[in-house]
Ligand binder design. Structure first.
Ligand SMILES: Nc1ncnc2c1ncn2[C@@H]1O[C@H](COP(=O)(O)OP(=O)(O)O)[C@@H](O)[C@H]1O
Ligand SMILES: [Mg+2]
Length: 271
């Protein structure tokens, strides 16, 4: 990861008015997103994850603080695969954003083909969107973001409404894009989905309670506390982390700090 900062939030606050009362959805958020990193954002329902996502994409008005984009554009994939679809066919959908940016038709076609290939959607360009599964729609939504050359791609619980196979497919694409250098912000409530992230940001009631490495989040036991930040925030550790900790407590040595089953298998040393 190089250290070029793409988006910078400084003391950002967001407030909503609800039944005559002011409700703070985000309090004094400081967050910098660096080129090429994969950030996982976790937090319970109502903790401010989606508000933060819409601040990042520039669609949510902030009440305090400031933010800066350093030649960066942010695009988002929403939880509901239907939520952002406007076209009738794959081609129409993928071109919608590009048309708004007045991209040349030849260039549009080229970009459409490239990004569909990138996300592994092999369906014909004139295929009606109504015939696609939820998972395929999410891949199309990712492709639409890529067609706009998103420097930061935000996934707001983008797998939450998908079946396990489609979820894995979307996850695999995120892993692949990250390897190719794409900067990703991955919002989730599934701790298992954090196995590939470089950094974890954990939100609670509009505050960042943790901002650090994946291994710290799952394994670090702060002095005096028996719990890792993940547990301290009330989340269940991924099963592979539980097994790894059990092995460590029995005196086994592990390579690294596994989060997924595959990482756990790799961490166990063969004798
Ligand atoms: N448009 C809105 N109007 C009023 N309150 C909102 C709005 N959007 C979010 N909120 C409130 O802000 C808080 C954070 O919501 P949200 O960012 O959606 O959390 P999360 O995505 O973590 O579930 C919640 O208390 C929610 O009710
Ligand atoms: Mg949300």
């Amino acid at each position: 990861m190089n250290q070029k900062c793409l988006v910078e939030l400084k003391k950002i606050a967001v407030a909503f008015q609800h039944a005559g009362q002011i409700h703070r959805a985000l309090n004094t958020i400081d967050l910098s997103i660096y080129d090429g990193e994969w950030i996982g954002i976790v937090g319970k329902n109502g903790s401010g994850k989606s508000t933060l996502a819409s601040v990042l994409t520039g669609i949510c008005p902030t009440s305090k603080g400031f933010m800066e984009y350093h030649d960066a554009s942010v695009q988002m994939v929403f939880q509901n695969p239907e939520a952002q679809i406007v076209g009738e066919t794959i081609m129409e959908e993928i071109c919608f954003g590009m048309e708004n940016q007045s991209i040349d038709p030849m260039e549009m076609r080229e970009r459409a083909e490239t990004v569909l290939q990138q996300v592994g959607l092999t369906e014909a360009l004139d295929q009606p969107i109504a015939s696609l599964s939820g998972g395929q729609k999410q891949l199309l939504n990712i492709a639409s973001c890529l067609a706009l050359r998103a420097s930061v791609l935000v996934f707001d619980e983008a797998t939450a409404m998908l079946d396990p196979l489609s979820r894995q497919r979307v996850m695999d694409i995120a892993v692949k894009l990250h390897r190719q250098g794409q900067t990703i912000v991955w919002i989730t409530q599934w701790m298992e989905e954090l196995s590939g992230v470089d950094r974890v940001v954990a939100l609670e009631e509009g505050n960042i309670l943790f901002n650090g490495s994946r291994s710290e989040f799952f394994y670090d036991i702060a002095s005096g506390s028996a719990k890792s930040p993940c547990e301290a925030m009330g989340f269940t550790l991924p099963y592979s982390v539980q097994v790894a900790k059990h092995l460590l407590s029995m005196g086994y040595e592990l390579n690294g700090f596994p989060v997924s089953a595959a990482q756990l298998a790799e961490a166990v040393t063969m004798r």
